[in-house]
Ligand binder design. Structure first.
Ligand SMILES: O=C(O)CCC(=O)C(=O)O
Ligand SMILES: [Fe+2]
Length: 323
């Protein structure tokens, strides 16, 4: 009955409520799954409802009719691919600067513990805001308007990260999840969590593309009995069905805007001798309009060295998670 809701050990973020009996946690997660078809407990959805209501009351965003369509797509499908393309010169500059920084050891950071073999297979650009200030341009007015429409509130940029995933040797890959490469939902914030993923260079199937199950498909997979990122309980023939999956492949500058709390997603495997560089924005609702100098907003993390020590969704060893 409580498939996939393992109780309080499930989500670290709830440690304040550790004293609650396990059956309450299980029920909480079960109801969240039943009513919202994602991995957050009902209590988090209720809290979000009130947080968002108060943000909305102060934000009072005027709906712009030209973006209604994109926001509706985002609501219905859980993702939208921005139609406008980025200027080629900008795309080139970002690719070069990210490539340079990620190739130099002093331009890189890691947020993860090393893999079981002692190596790091994922690196982040250090001091992103000063190394690639051009990332600002990725967040176009069109995207801002669509996401404002989705949240029915203003937005703020919570984080911007640029990272590279490398190929992981077979024996290491099999031991544990290393870079969000298992199907999962992100944890819900105030009202879902909108992310933009932007391809720094051309990405093919070989480069470990970002993959996403559209919202209706994710609901189907949850109803089918999806367990969690370490124990899917859904046959691969369904999870990996290319008919239903969005793969973020294409030329540099290709982007997707998606709510990763309602869509199952993952990074896929990078082939030997290849890598994948990506830029990711996290956008959250806000009472105040997005400032034009948001890149210096002290509430935004990951734009500077603050990256170290801050964890988004930690990848823990499978054995530890199952205990
Ligand atoms: O690297 C990827 O393609 C997936 C990352 C991910 O799961 C996330 O950013 O939420
Ligand atoms: Fe994720």
């Amino acid at each position: 009955m409580f498939a996939g809701s393992k109780g309080k050990q499930h989500v670290r973020a709830y440690s304040r409520w550790d004293w609650l009996p396990n059956w309450m946690w299980r029920l909480n997660f079960y109801l969240g799954r039943l009513l919202f078809a994602n991995m957050d407990p009902l209590s988090r959805h209720i809290r979000s409802f009130f947080v968002l209501r108060s943000v909305r009351a102060e934000a009072a965003v005027e709906p712009r009719t030209d973006v209604l369509f994109a926001a509706e797509d985002l609501r219905r499908h859980g993702y939208v691919m921005p139609k406008a393309t980025y200027p080629p010169r900008l795309v080139d500059t970002i690719r070069q600067k990210a490539g340079d920084a990620l190739s130099r050891p002093d331009g890189r950071l890691t947020r993860q513990n090393p893999a079981p073999d002692g190596n790091h297979y994922s690196w982040y650009v250090k001091d992103l805001a000063s190394v690639i200030p051009e990332v600002q341009v990725i967040l176009t007015d069109e995207i801002v308007a669509a996401v404002e429409n989705y949240y029915q509130a203003h937005i703020r940029v919570n984080t911007v990260k640029c990272w590279r995933n490398y190929a992981v040797p077979e024996e290491v890959y099999a031991q544990r999840e290393l870079h969000s490469n298992h199907w999962h939902f992100d944890h819900h914030r105030a009202a879902g969590l909108i992310k933009i993923f932007y391809l720094v260079h051309e990405v093919t199937d070989e480069d470990g593309p970002f993959c996403l199950q559209p919202r209706p498909r994710s609901v189907f997979l949850m109803r089918y009995g999806y367990g969690d990122r370490d124990d899917y309980r859904v046959p691969d023939s369904l999870l990996e069905d290319p008919e239903h999956m969005i793969k973020l492949t294409g030329p540099a500058g290709t982007a997707i805007v998606c709510d990763t709390t309602v869509c199952l997603h993952r990074a896929s495997r990078v082939a030997a001798d290849r890598h994948r560089d990506i830029i990711q924005f996290q956008l959250l609702p806000s009472k105040t309009p997005l400032a034009s100098d948001w890149i210096t907003d002290p509430r935004s993390t990951y734009l500077s060295d603050a990256l170290l020590g801050i964890r988004d969704h930690p990848t823990r060893p499978t054995a530890e998670r199952r205990r």
